[in-house]
Design a protein around this ligand. Structure first.
Ligand SMILES: Nc1nc2c(ncn2[C@@H]2O[C@H](COP(=O)(O)OP(=O)(O)OP(=O)(O)O)[C@@H](O)[C@H]2O)c(=O)[nH]1
Ligand SMILES: [Mg+2]
Length: 460
């Protein structure tokens, strides 16, 4: 453990680059950097103001290794809240390793994964939700996830949780005033007011919990499957959504055999998209296995894009597909009537009996895909949510803590409504407060903190 020691690591990616940055953080950061970084004027880094950068040469003992720039940040005005020096050197793999080696021989300890961010959390610079968001910014592979994690890192979510924490604190102190000094009228709130306050507090937690559907759809993705009989254009639809020619498209029925997977973004929602073999009776062993896999995948899907060829009347195979998939609820299906460019002639009344989300598209011209994108967005993001501005829960750990808080509040409200005295409710209120504290990290166990930061990369 390197709790209070001064630590150092390379904060830029491993590999060749114009510049690499070695970050040093801790009370000895300036004196350690001074031993290996010499400015032309001979001034010590200890004399440099925070937020300033100076040019100099980097030494390992008597040997000059490189030249570069040292930027000095002074506690508490640094990322970690400690004294920090960031040495930018030339970005060769060996050169970077040597510069880090010089810093370590000057007295720094190697930083563990996420050590700098953990220190920022410990020194109160970041809440746990914001610290987790830093890792998510680094991991983000879609614009939507990047927007969510940037917003969380800037404190949108922790601000909201903080606000809720303040509210429950007021409610709890009123409850304790009533319990401990029933005669003295110390509570700011009457029992009725506490009950009403708790109900509205519970609603706020539910509202925040409900954002998890959006958060998960953007950050982790919605399991989505393209289904339909052979030749309706499933693979063409799959390719159009991905924006590349991934799946083979031909006019031969049964072209797609195995499942194909890829991640795509539609209307800021991430789709974990799967193309499947056309559903039909088949005597071909390989195709039949593909069809079984497609059906299994349909059951495990959160969203199904059910494709029909609109340029010809529905076939018996189409009707069979409708029957086979009758277990799918309408709210997880978008029906795509494809090949609009050829003119729509198929009668969709039987489809409409089962599904109400129906869009006419052409996978060849791209017509209708904007509407599909809007529809997906409406399903998972909704009009009143802005990814950059609305506090959104997108992490399973935070969601679990908030759920516990919500359940505790519900139990407390029920107890008060059933006529129990406030002290019965107080146990659950304490539980709600602890769960909220766990959510933003003010009362989180060391093992959880260790687990979270172990998922970071070294140097962050
Ligand atoms: N005109 C027109 N042709 C299309 C459209 N979408 C697909 N096609 C054609 O329809 C044929 C079948 O397309 P695929 O995407 O391979 O169909 P599929 O549903 O994946 O078929 P299987 O893999 O066999 O189940 C190909 O010749 C495509 O070029 C469309 O929107 N308009
Ligand atoms: Mg196909």
């Amino acid at each position: 453990m390197t709790h209070n020691k001064t630590v150092a690591a390379v904060s830029t990616p491993y590999g060749k680059g114009g510049i690499a940055v070695i970050r040093i953080s801790g009370s000895e950061a300036l004196s350690i950097a001074d031993k290996c970084f010499k400015t032309p004027s001979g001034n010590s880094l200890a004399d440099i103001e925070g937020g300033r950068a100076v040019y100099g040469r980097i030494y390992d003992g008597g040997e000059m290794l490189d030249d570069g720039i040292a930027t000095v940040f002074r506690a508490p005005r640094s990322f970690t809240g400690e004294d920090v020096v960031e040495i930018a050197c030339h970005g060769g793999i060996l050169n970077t390793r040597n510069v880090l080696g010089a810093v370590l021989s000057a007295g720094a300890y190697p930083a563990g994964p996420g050590e700098f961010t953990r220190r920022a959390f410990v020194s109160g610079k970041l809440s746990l939700t914001a610290a987790e968001a830093v890792a998510d910014i680094i991991d983000a592979d879609t614009e939507g996830k990047l927007k969510l994690s940037r917003s969380a890192a800037s404190g949108k979510l922790s601000g909201k949780i903080n606000e809720l924490y303040g509210e429950i604190l007021t409610l709890i102190s009123s409850v304790y005033a009533i319990i401990d000094y029933p005669e003295e009228d110390l509570s700011e709130l009457s029992t009725d007011e506490i009950r009403a306050g708790l109900s509205s507090f519970g609603e706020k937690i539910k509202a925040l919990l409900s954002t998890y559907r959006t958060g998960r759809a953007v950050a982790d993705g919605v399991e989505t499957t393209v289904l339909g009989r052979p030749n309706v254009g499933k693979s063409a639809v799959y390719n159009r959504i991905l924006g590349e020619d991934r799946a083979i498209v031909t006019d031969i029925e049964g072209t797609t055999r195995d499942l194909l997977y890829d991640r795509a973004t539609l209307g800021d929602v991430t789709l974990n998209l799967c193309d499947t073999a056309g559903l039909r009776e088949s005597s071909d062993t390989v195709e039949r296995i593909g069809i079984e896999r497609a059906s299994d995948r349909a059951r495990a899907s959160e969203l199904v894009l059910l494709v029909f060829d609109g340029s010809s009347p529905l076939t018996d195979e189409d009707m069979e597909v409708l029957n086979t998939l009758s277990f799918l609820d309408s709210d997880r299906v978008i029906v795509l009537i494809n090949k609009k460019d050829l003119g729509i002639v198929c009668d969709t009344s039987e489809i409409r009996e089962k599904y109400n989300n129906i869009i006419e598209i052409s996978a060849v011209t791209g017509e209708g895909f904007d509407e599909l994108s809007d529809r997906v967005r409406e399903m998972y993001i909704g009009g009143d949510i802005s990814l950059g501005d609305t506090p959104i829960v997108y992490n399973a750990r935070q969601y679990a803590s908030l759920r516990v808080a919500g359940e505790c509040v519900d139990r407390a409200v029920n107890a008060l409504e059933s006529g129990f005295s406030p002290d019965v409710a107080s146990v659950d209120l304490e539980g709600a407060m602890a769960a909220l504290g766990e959510c933003d990290g003010r009362a989180v166990g060391e093992d959880i903190v260790r687990d979270i930061f172990s998922r970071f990369c070294v140097g962050k």
